[in-house]
Design a protein around this ligand. Structure first.
Ligand code: NAD
Length: 447
């Protein structure tokens, strides 16, 4: 469909930054061989020809490579940020200038601008969307359900200017969406359970070649990278408390141990808690860990994991960061209630004082790997974005037969991405012999 209202063609910090964005995007591209292969095929086959795609993703060098791949496939694209602090302004400029992507993203944008940019991506009138945290798809559903009061004010204002027919056409035009992260998939599955999903979703996060590598190794390394860049903290000899032992938490805990820290894990689920213990970490409730930690990192996808009663027990100088998707894991309102106003003592480091003890909160409690570092290394995003590109192709080809549910990519696609990644790393593996194939398919042979 055509855009319901006229929108500016882009809103980025400064187009003059494009050269640097191009240089850095090309650097990332070197580590993205799987996506490069997909791009070459897409350029030949044009699977997204004529499609309008609105994406709400972290605007990084890796995302720029995904955007270039989708452009090569023939798509027109609008891109907004999935976090106010994660945009790399030079990359945003490069995508506008060199790839003709309508980018609406500025690092550090305020609440009003952030949601205004999501409204611009919606106003693009997409046939397909890509999300990282379900902000875009969530807004489309609020529009579909006429729950305008639940929309962020800048989006509501824009929607109120549309007729009922235009709103219906906006949602009706969307053939499907992809979702990148755990938190988004949780929200979308909740919507599917309520029976309100308006179009099919491909949960990219559910592919093994996504969460086993991106969440674990990507978040593991880049979270510590962000914390170290923000603070210059020495991890060796420190006590690191990791809240949540899911894919991301496992990555952070193991990398922190590798850097010489003692690691404590907090959990609410007995199974990962047991796994953490058997992986060699201490496990205890946050209330007990609070006085022990030098550094706290939340990666749960949950709300208020560190609360005032925990902050009040922390040591002088404790550092607290979040790497879960939303900035809700640390109860910063609660912290402000007990600490009063805070002051910035270093870029991205806010000092709160609780009963004479200083507590440092990093990056306003937002994803620290994107706020203070560069997000995940390109090599791991190669697989995540191979999944995104192939999910977009699947929607373009099969949207008519896909049910309005949360799907994962076929296992064969997941396997193929792993095979290509291994191949790019120069690693060969064994192949099943015919005898082994038969043995594995039978119940009575070889016993
Ligand atoms: N920083 C990044 O770049 C990045 C990358 C991928 C995912 N994420 C986000 O990180 C979060 C975690 O993702 P994941 O894939 O590891 O999820 P996951 O579901 O694998 O793990 C989350 C874990 O947190 C635990 N948990 C829930 N509430 C808790 C609480 N109150 N205290 C302690 N533990 C609790 C759960 O039991 C679970 O084991 C999500 O919000 C996800 O979207 C961030």
């Amino acid at each position: 469909m055509s855009a319901p209202t006229a929108v500016a063609k882009y809103d980025v910090k400064d187009l003059a930054l494009a050269d640097e964005g191009k240089r850095r995007t090309e650097w990332a591209e070197r580590s993205m061989p799987v996506l490069r292969q997909i791009r070459a095929r897409f350029a030949r086959e044009q699977p997204l020809k004529g499609q309008k795609l609105s994406a709400c993703l972290h605007v990084t060098t890796e995302t720029a490579n995904l955007m270039a791949t989708l452009r090569a496939a023939g798509a027109e694209i609008a891109l907004c940020a999935s976090n106010p602090l994660s945009t790399q302004d030079d990359v945003a400029a490069h995508l506008v200038r060199d790839h003709g992507v309508h980018v609406y993203a500025i690092k550090g944008e305020d609440h009003e601008t952030y949601y205004g940019h999501i409204a611009s991506a919606l106003a693009f009138g997409p046939d397909m969307t890509q999300d990282d945290g379900a902000d875009l798809v969530g807004s489309l559903h609020m529009i579909a359900l006429n729950r305008l009061d639940d929309l962020a004010p800048p989006i509501r204002k824009w929607v109120e200017g549309l007729s009922q027919a235009e709103r219906k056409a906006l949602v009706g035009a969307v053939r499907g969406s992809t979702e990148e992260t755990t938190t988004g998939v949780i929200r979308l599955k909740a919507m599917a359970k309520e029976g309100i999903l308006q179009f099919p979703i491909i949960a990219v996060n559910d592919s093994n070649t996504k969460h086993m590598f991106d969440n674990r190794y990507g978040t593991g390394q880049s979270t510590l990278d962000g914390i170290v860049r923000a603070t210059n903290l020495l991890l060796a000899g420190s006590t690191v408390v990791v809240a949540g032992y899911g894919w991301c938490g496992r990555g952070v805990a193991s990398r922190a141990r590798g850097a010489g820290a003692s690691v404590i894990v907090t959990e609410v689920d007995p199974l990962p808690a047991l796994e953490a213990r058997m992986d060699g970490f201490q496990v205890m409730p946050m209330a007990d860990a609070a006085p022990l930690g030098d550094l706290f990192v939340t990666l749960t996808g949950n709300l208020h994991v560190i609360r005032p009663e925990h902050f009040a027990r922390m040591k002088d100088g404790a550092i607290v960061a979040n790497s879960g998707h939303f900035n809700v894991e640390l109860d910063l309102e609660g912290l402000t209630r007990i600490a009063g106003e805070h002051r910035e003592v270093r870029h991205l480091v806010d000092e709160y004082v609780v009963k004479g003890k200083r507590i440092m909160v990093l990056g306003e409690g937002r994803l620290i790997n994107l706020a203070a570092a560069e997000g995940h290394p390109a090599s791991v995003m190669d697989m995540s974005f191979a999944n995104q590109a192939l999910a977009a192709e699947l929607i373009a080809k099969e949207w008519k037969t896909l049910s309005k549910a949360v799907h994962r990519l076929p296992v064969a696609v997941d396997q193929e991405i792993a095979r290509l990644k291994l191949q790019s790393m120069g690693i060969a593996i064994d192949t099943l012999t015919p005898e082994q194939v038969e043995y594995l398919a039978s119940w009575d042979a070889g016993t």
